[in-house]
Design a protein around this ligand. Structure first.
Ligand SMILES: Cc1ncc(COP(=O)(O)O)c(C=O)c1O
Length: 476
């Protein structure tokens, strides 16, 4: 048997992440030729591998053929971390503790600051914290802690592709992909209720992302939700409830844990949470884009002993490469903390110490600093939304928050891979095919990596590409 046959099926059966391919192929192409020259090489993946590789190949050609290609594919931001956070690194680099292992849950000063932040900003008043090397590692930790391979899990399409792959990579193949409301792109709560009540055994974990990647949806706050629920065909209660979480002594409650009374409004997320609680499923909410809300939207969280919230420093503070995220887990969930510690000890042991120091510096700059950066993205959002207008208003869905626009291609282009390759080759624009998120025939556009001038170029290219696509098809 060749070595290929000796590789794990769980790895072989997992799609090659589109980002891995793009970076890999882009790099090898760059190494081979100076930037700006378009190599006339044939597509080596045409018949060999899956379509992700083909997208990667064409996108790498895009990198080569357009000196300044606007990056609308990578879920990242263009800004640098707060200066004071970086200044800290200089001071702490030589401290012996920076080079040693830290505690599994994170630097005590950082976890303390995070518990405080969760309590005051997110109203999560009964949550412990585990700092991870980015929230992707946090999600994987959770999958390993909560799910067995025989379990089923739930995602909603369009889903965050890394979440899907975390399940695949850990051998969990029973991934139930639920629909989203065709107009709002909000997860279909009625479908969830039905699925969780009829599936035996009940799905172990339900995952939602708010604000959404790739959809950009923002799950509305209670007031907005009331008006949404009125137009919803199914009825469900949206009353205001007061939940009093009494102070309790958990054997592992950290000394600085913020345990206090909580006032929670019943809203959309709360309904999802209630459905999960009743069924006995875990609810994992990914809040990586909590600060990326525009106009009047307000991000909010839910708490419960079956709910786990994930957060990331990456985009908010522009520290993607430092790799810091955190899990906010319920202190009431019996045994959870101990099992999380086991997983953490076998993967990262602790998040990089120097990165945790940077994260602490970021927290000191605070969410007001983040909001100033995020405000600059509004113009990008506007420019690119306008550029999508040849597709028609109804084609653009979600898009309220995060750094993403989600659009449906005309019906005659169900093969989004082909369209994305064509855009890369012909128009020097990199887009993510909706198929990567479980919804073919759509595209995701990222606007976080572009400064305004770059965005203007991107918007022009996108618009002229779309006009050509609609007028003449994928010619040239
Ligand atoms: C929804 C969502 N969660 C998590 C991540 C990963 O974040 P991190 O850099 O903290 O691992 C991303 C990155 O794109 C994301 O979009």
């Amino acid at each position: 048997m060749g070595s290929y046959g000796r590789l794990a099926t769980r790895a072989l059966d997992t799609d090659v992440p589109v980002m891995v391919k793009i970076l890999e192929l882009g790099q090898s192409a760059k190494d081979a030729l100076p930037l700006g020259q378009c190599p006339m090489i044939s597509d080596p993946y045409a018949h060999v591998e899956g379509s992700f590789s083909r997208v990667g190949f064409y996108l790498s050609r895009c990198i080569l053929s357009h000196q300044s290609y606007p990056d609308m594919i990578q879920g990242a931001v263009y800004w640098k971390p707060p200066e004071e956070a970086l200044e800290k690194v200089k001071q702490v680099a030589w401290e012996p503790s920076t080079s040693r292992y830290g505690t599994h849950e994170g630097l005590p000063e950082l976890t303390e600051a995070l518990v405080n932040k969760l309590c005051h900003e997110n109203k999560l008043r009964n949550s412990g914290v585990m700092v991870t090397a980015g929230s992707n590692q946090g999600f994987l930790n959770l999958v390993l802690t909560l799910c067995d391979v025989a379990d089923s899990v739930v995602l909603f399409a369009p889903y965050f592709f890394n979440a899907y792959m975390s399940f695949q990579m850990t051998g969990i193949n029973n991934i139930l992909v639920g629909p989203s409301n065709p107009t709002t792109l909000l997860p279909d709560a009625d479908w969830l209720e039905e699925k969780l009540s009829e599936s035996k055994p009940v799905p172990k974990l339900v995952s939602i992302v708010n604000p959404g990647n790739p959809s950009g949806i923002c799950i509305p706050e209670p007031l907005l939700q009331v008006s949404l629920s009125l137009s919803h065909t199914h009825t469900h209660t949206h009353t205001e409830t007061k939940t009093n979480i009494s102070t309790f002594a958990h054997p592992h409650t950290p000394a600085h844990a913020c345990v206090c009374h909580n006032s929670t409004s019943t809203c959309f997320t709360q309904r999802i949470s209630d459905i999960c609680r009743r069924a006995g499923s875990w609810l994992v909410v990914d809040n990586a884009y909590e600060y990326f809300v525009y106009d009047d939207f307000k991000h909010s969280c839910v708490e419960g002993n079956h709910v786990i919230n994930l957060f990331s420093f990456s985009k908010a503070y522009g520290i993607m490469g430092w790799r810091v995220g955190y899990i906010a887990y319920s202190l009431e969930a019996e045994g959870l903390r101990t099992q999380l510690l086991k997983v953490q000890d076998n993967i990262a042991i602790c998040a990089p110490m120097i990165s945790q120091r940077v994260a602490l510096g970021c927290l000191e700059a605070g969410h007001e600093w983040v909001k100033i950066q995020v405000k600059h993205l509004l113009r990008n959002k506007e420019l690119l939304t306008k550029a999508l207008s040849p597709l028609g208003e109804d084609a653009i869905k979600g898009c309220e928050g995060a750094i993403y626009l989600w659009a449906k291609l005309p019906d005659k282009y169900p093969n989004d891979f082909e369209v994305v390759c064509w855009f890369a080759q012909k128009h020097g624009v990199m887009l993510l095919p909706g198929s990567a998120c479980g919804v073919p025939g759509c595209i995701r556009i990222t606007y976080g990596m572009l400064r305004e001038t770059e965005c203007e170029v991107a918007a022009k290219r996108l618009r002229s590409g779309l006009e050509e696509l609609i007028r003449e098809g994928m010619v040239g």
